[in-house]
Design a protein around this ligand. Structure first.
Ligand code: PLP
Length: 432
């Protein structure tokens, strides 16, 4: 009714006047979408309008919105002990139990867990730990980090420096030195590009000198960089080269873990055993900020006994850990990993025909991580943003990331919702 609309309008005005949003234009008023309720794959805004959530916000919510189990887990832990720092020799039961659980789910070479508040912090941690490990083992000159064009690792000093997306790097002055970028590992339709990607890595290591390189960091499937699955034999071959040269492999699984691509960790799907796994988002389904860095045996061999003077106030948060444990229970109990694979294939099949349009370059994806890449020449990013806006008006949330429409619905989305999403998206991509 009117009251609803008045409140919505007042909130929108206040938002524009008071809040600087992440990834927004400072001082340029936009029409905010103010959400206030969620249930499964649906969210509702302050006017009562319903939306099918095609993105999980920013990939963070595999179990869907409005889960009472997670609210209870948080409330119970807050009532018992809301928080105590886990610096040094302080600890708490939920984070101990969560570490045990994660090590059970992860590849067998993973040995320890360092908790964070999110993905950027996780990558800062991984990069520092990789450098410290070599330093501690008597090779401080091993500090270079190999990263990839199109990679996204976060917004902190090190994690942004390792992010290979120019529009995100511009304007912040000199970033952390010691990062070397390799080509984007994009399997071009029909062509075998792995040999070229592997040759580039070999040449680069040769040029820099393996004895100056600490680690290689990459996402199993590029997310922000366009939902780009790698060529099938890419990861095992990368791993072989890195092992041969004593370079650590950091896999950024902030998006790909906890079912998003059909496994607990994406590395299982790609047959690769990293030395460090960074994860967040789906770990707690975003109900509370939570991340984790899993540390493998090769890192421990190098870094055992090193003073790791690193950490933030809220690392090892008992409420985040309690929520993560309850979240993992849901993923397991409801078979959501297998569901991601099944529904992801259905969505990919339904969208694939869009490739017949001249202005659709590619429809691709793995599990519930899909992208529709447009090509409207210099107007492509604007065309993608237009699809996002028109789909939203029709009650479907998708996200334009550069030239690509990004899809990553909650894994609990049902077939009907998925088909409705497909219909709306197909219509607006066709006219983009
Ligand atoms: N790494 C990847 C692959 C991501 O997609 C993101 C966020 O989208 C991050 C790191 C950063 O995580 P956070 O925003 O929680 O700091």
């Amino acid at each position: 009714g009117r009251e609803h609309d008045d409140r919505a309008r007042r909130l929108a005005e206040l938002d524009v006047r008071t809040v600087i949003h992440p990834h927004s234009v400072i001082g340029a008023p936009e029409e905010p979408l103010i959400l206030e309720r969620g249930d499964g794959a649906m969210v509702w805004d302050v006017t009562g309008k319903a939306y099918i959530d095609g993105t999980c916000g920013l990939w963070q919510c595999p179990v869907g919105h409005g889960r009472p189990e997670l609210a209870e887990a948080a409330a119970e832990q807050i009532a018992k002990l809301e928080f105590y720092s886990s610096f040094g020799d302080y600890s708490n039961e939920p984070s101990i139990r969560l570490a045990e659980r994660l090590l059970e789910l992860a590849p067998p070479t993973m040995r320890r867990v360092f908790f964070t508040n999110g993905g950027s912090e996780g990558n800062e941690t991984a990069i520092k730990l990789a450098r410290l490990a070599h330093h501690h083992a008597g090779r401080p000159e091993r500090s270079v980090i190999l990263a990839r064009t199109g990679g996204y690792h976060g917004m902190g000093g090190g994690s942004l420096a390792a992010t290979g997306i120019d529009r995100l790097r511009a304007g912040y002055g000199p970033l952390m030195p010691g990062i070397e970028f390799l080509a984007k590992p994009h399997a071009v339709r029909g062509a075998d590009v792995t040999d070229a990607l592997i040759a580039e890595i070999e040449e680069r290591i040769e040029r820099i000198g393996a004895d100056r390189i600490a680690a290689f960091v990459g996402e199993p499937v590029l997310g922000v960089g366009g939902m780009v699955p790698p060529p099938p034999d890419y990861w095992p071959r990368v791993q072989e080269i890195l092992r041969r040269h004593g370079i650590l492999l950091i896999l950024d699984e902030v998006v790909t873990a906890f079912g998003r691509i059909g496994h607990w960790f994406g590395c299982e799907r790609y047959d690769v055993e990293p030395d460090i796994i960074v994860t967040a988002k789906g770990l707690s389904s975003g109900y509370i900020p939570m991340g984790a860095v899993l540390v493998g045996e090769r890192v421990l061999d190098l870094a055992g006994g090193a003073a790791f003077l690193h950490g933030f106030t809220y690392n090892g948060h008992p409420v985040g850990a309690a929520v993560a444990l309850a979240n993992i229970d849901i993923l397991e109990r409801e078979g959501l990993l297998a569901r991601a694979d099944r529904l992801g294939r259905r969505l990919l099949d339904a969208l694939k025909p869009l490739e017949r349009l001249d202005h659709v370059l590619e429809v691709r994806g793995v599990g519930m991580m899909l992208g529709v890449e447009l090509d409207r020449g210099p107007d492509t990013a604007a065309a993608a943003a237009g699809v996002q806006a028109r789909a939203r008006a029709d009650g479907v949330i998708v996200r334009a990331s550069g030239n690509t429409i990004v899809l990553s619905p909650p894994l609990v989305i049902d077939e009907q919702q998925l088909d409705a999403l497909t219909r709306v998206l197909t219509e607006h991509v066709a006219t983009a």
